[in-house]
Ligand binder design. Structure first.
Ligand SMILES: *Cc1c(COP(=O)(O)O)cnc(C)c1O
Length: 477
């Protein structure tokens, strides 16, 4: 068995899945569970048989996250070029290190990505990791390092001791920030939830007040975190005001742009990103709006030396020769790791994710990515317009980006949350449309998030019609 026949064996099944839409695996759950939940074989079945099983049992019973009508999480099916790049990298450069073409693209693509996101790529240097969770952890690790160093402490070497600390983030902030605080030894409870306004954006005045309170009480502020696109509603915090307040207090300014940092490419809203240039760190997930395969995020930090101090493993004998050799005239690709990315984060072994990001950006170019972002934002706008125009739909959160929160609402419904929850389950059980739900100011909302390039306006209209039809029938029944 060689690569070409193995990949060819499953390629048409993948085409079929993405072009025709995944059918729901739960209907056939007993069959694939019985086929797959087997004892570990003593003798292998051989390559052909496994590929047959992948094609016939796995792919058609995969998840529906690749469907252009799946709008629940911030995911979509990766494009064919990105999948090919992933396959190529897994064989041709299974690690991001050593001097080779894939390794070069790690840095090239980080620079492109920083530029694309409106970051100053000459100043903001990056490192890839597996997702926004780790990317936030790495960024806040840099913030922790810098904040403690101001007090003469190296937290990576010595630990954080009992110093009281705080991280400031809006109430709408993704909980990976809290988990990062936990992992970094700061504790989830150090995250101060800053109240938001009626557009789910952090109130800068509340931030300033919280900082002043803490500083007066001797608490060490570690970071101010702003959202460039919350996961709930796509809200963009007032970055310029928030970043300015952070810097007035000499506090690290971090932007969580896992989902929405690329929104800066939509020129209708790019002014909302003013203040990005103040960021000490920022993250973006290519596996979200760039539709890279899951497992790719980037952290950018104003000085990678801070990351190095925060995440160094210290020299180890098994890495001696490849991590040394700076200034040495190298003669083979294996004599050097190249840029020591493993010292900038929490992963040593890691694939060359940059080559995948490069393949996407090279294929689409800046204008191709911008077109996709605009189109997705248009879908969200369309949901908002249709909701506002319809007598029995209510817009709960106008879209800042490609997320809209709305619900069914008619007089005579006593329990709107219960009604919309029941409507939601009927929607995902009886129709092909798969938004998620969230809460907006306490109210249960239907929440489509558009990032799948295959989604069309007809899909969007279909969902709205389905919501109205189900709501009407529930109201009548
Ligand atoms: C998705 C998301 C995260 C977490 O990213 P993962 O890649 O799922 O780990 C963090 N912050 C925001 C704003 C997100 O949308």
């Amino acid at each position: 068995m060689n690569y070409s026949s193995a990949l060819a064996r499953i390629a048409t099944d993948l085409d079929h899945l993405v072009e025709d839409g995944a059918t729901d695996a739960v209907a056939r759950r007993a069959a694939w569970t019985a086929a797959l939940d087997q004892p570990m074989p003593e003798e292998g079945v051989g390559a052909e048989a496994v590929l047959d099983e992948i094609a016939s049992t796995l792919i058609p019973n995969g998840s529906r996250l690749c469907d252009p009508r799946f709008w629940g999480w911030v995911v979509s099916a990766p494009g064919p070029v990105a999948v090919a790049a992933t396959a190529a990298a897994s064989v041709a450069a299974s690690q991001r290190y050593t001097i080779n073409a894939f390794n070069l693209l790690e840095e090239v693509s980080l620079t492109w990505l920083a530029d694309l996101c409106g970051l100053d790529s000459a100043r903001m240097r990056g490192v890839y990791s597996s997702g926004g969770s780790v990317a936030n952890l790495v960024a806040l690790g840099a913030a922790r390092q810098w904040a403690f160093e101001q007090r003469g402490i190296d937290p990576a070497a010595e630990g954080v001791g009992g110093t009281p600390v705080a991280i400031y983030a809006s109430e709408e902030t993704h909980h990976t920030v809290h988990r990062a605080a936990a992992v970094l030894g700061l504790g989830r409870s150090c995250v101060r939830p800053i109240p938001v306004d009626d557009q789910q954006q952090m109130r800068p005045g509340e931030l300033a007040a919280a900082l002043a309170r803490d500083v007066a009480a001797g608490v060490l502020p570690v970071a101010v975190v702003a959202n460039a696109g919350t996961t709930n509603t796509g809200a963009i915090d007032p970055l310029l005001a928030v970043g300015t307040i952070a810097h007035e207090h000499d506090v690290w300014f971090h932007i969580d742009g896992a989902y929405g940092l690329l929104g800066v490419l939509d020129d209708r809203i790019s002014h909302r990103y003013q203040g990005v240039e103040l960021a000490d760190s920022a993250i973006v997930d290519p596996h979200k709006w760039l539709s890279a395969p899951t497992g790719i995020a980037a952290t950018f930090v104003r000085d990678r030396a801070i990351l190095h101090r925060a995440f160094t493993q210290e020299p180890a004998p098994y890495l001696e020769t490849i991590f040394a050799g700076d200034g040495l005239e190298i003669q083979t690709s294996i004599e050097q790791v190249g840029i020591p990315y493993s010292e900038f984060g929490v992963e040593l072994s890691a694939p060359p994710r940059g080559s995948v990001v490069w393949s996407i950006l090279r294929e689409l170019g800046r204008s191709g990515v911008a077109d996709r972002i605009r189109k997705d934002n248009d879908h969200a706008r369309r949901v908002a317009d249709l909701s506002e125009a319809h007598p029995r739909l209510e817009l709960l959160a106008a879209p800042a980006l490609s997320i809209t929160c709305f619900r069914y609402n008619a007089s005579g419904i006593a329990d709107l949350d219960g009604f919309n929850e029941a409507l939601y389950y009927r929607l995902i059980r009886e129709t092909p449309y798969l938004p998620s739900t969230t809460r907006v100011r306490g109210a249960l909302a239907l929440r489509p998030c558009f990032i799948n390039g295959r989604t069309t306006p007809e899909h969007v209209d279909g969902m709205i019609e389905a919501v109205v039809a189900i709501g009407d029938s529930m109201l009548a029944g």
